[in-house]
Ligand binder design. Structure first.
Ligand SMILES: [Zn+2]
Length: 310
């Protein structure tokens, strides 16, 4: 499933489209889209001005045509955002218009240069919506800090003050935004921390190690175009290659690439399969209590479906 590194790769692939105008929008299935009629009314004639990533969200800013303002007075102002969450299997890929559409293509954005941006999603757990700048601010307000932007001190404060398991904290989109199961496991292995340790039991040195590990893993994954285990492809339809460099994720039973002595194990923490080396990542005191299967993510405000941990 697309996490921060994959969404960042897609965003980078879409940025060269800034300045292009949308000339038409077509839909297939729309049950995962908020107000498709709003998209149909507003996007044609609008110009893409900016592409951002916010956690796992893709944000495309458009400036609308004056004529479209009358068609959809619900969105005041000239600027609006197309908010895309790729869910499990969503793909946003640029195609030549003549290229036959893949199965499960549900949205076609025709561009003024003759190409099409197509949204494809086998499982339709993705989400699309339009938002005014004010609506976008409300939508992203509950999200935590950007892992590649927050300081060591802020990271220590956010994770070190919490009783929850460190794996759950890394996945909690209120704490950090954009991390998912793959990069959480890879970061914990790199930092030599057991996924069951509690945030508040980690020393300052351990938290700093984890901060550095998260950044190193994400930067490396972005450099390799993300991880393509099942469906993920970039904006040009090409897979990433970080799956070849995963050290623990999906490697249960194989030898740890650091100590070469122990085999990678898989346990369930916070409801998610967690991969770790029992030799490099010692459980410690705080990880001891309770069976791993009973551990849950610390209760928090529920996120809208499109922003959930995933
Ligand atoms: Zn090891």
């Amino acid at each position: 499933m697309p996490e921060l590194a994959e969404v960042e790769t897609v965003a980078r692939g879409l940025r060269p489209l800034a300045g292009r105008r949308i000339v038409a929008v077509r839909f297939g299935k729309t049950d995962f889209i908020d107000h498709p009629e709003r998209i149909e009314a507003l996007l044609p004639g609008s110009r893409l001005v900016e592409v951002r990533r916010h956690g796992k969200l893709l944000l495309l800013a458009f400036d609308r045509e004056p004529a479209a303002a009358k068609a959809a007075p619900a969105l005041p102002g000239a600027r609006f955002w197309l908010v895309v969450h790729l869910g499990m299997t969503g793909q946003l890929v640029l195609h030549e218009a003549a290229c036959p559409p893949a199965r499960h293509t549900h949205v076609w954005f025709s561009l003024d240069d003759g190409r099409e941006l197509r949204y494809t999603d086998i499982r339709r757990f993705g989400h699309l919506r339009l938002a005014s700048p004010e609506e976008l601010a409300v939508l992203v307000a509950p999200l935590g800090a950007e892992p590649l932007e927050l300081s060591e001190a802020e990271f220590r404060r956010r994770l070190g003050s919490r009783r929850a398991r460190v794996k759950a904290l890394l996945l909690d989109q209120h704490v950090l935004r954009g991390l998912g199961n793959i990069y959480a496991d890879e970061s914990l292995w790199r930092a030599r921390l057991h996924p069951m340790r509690c945030g508040s039991d980690l020393t300052a040195e351990e938290l700093d190690r984890l901060w550095r590990a998260v950044r190193a893993v994400l930067r490396e994954a972005i450099r390799h175009g993300g991880t393509s285990i099942s469906d993920y492809v970039n904006a040009l339809g090409r897979p990433g290659s970080y799956q070849k460099r995963l050290r623990v994720y999906g490697r249960a039973g194989r030898r740890c690439p650091r100590c070469h002595a122990a085999k990678i194990e898989r346990i369930v923490v916070a409801g998610r399969g967690s991969h770790f080396c029992p030799r490099c990542q010692r459980a410690g005191r705080s990880a001891g209590s309770g069976s791993p299967r009973q551990v849950r993510v610390a209760a928090g405000k529920k996120l809208p479906r499109s922003l959930g941990p995933g």
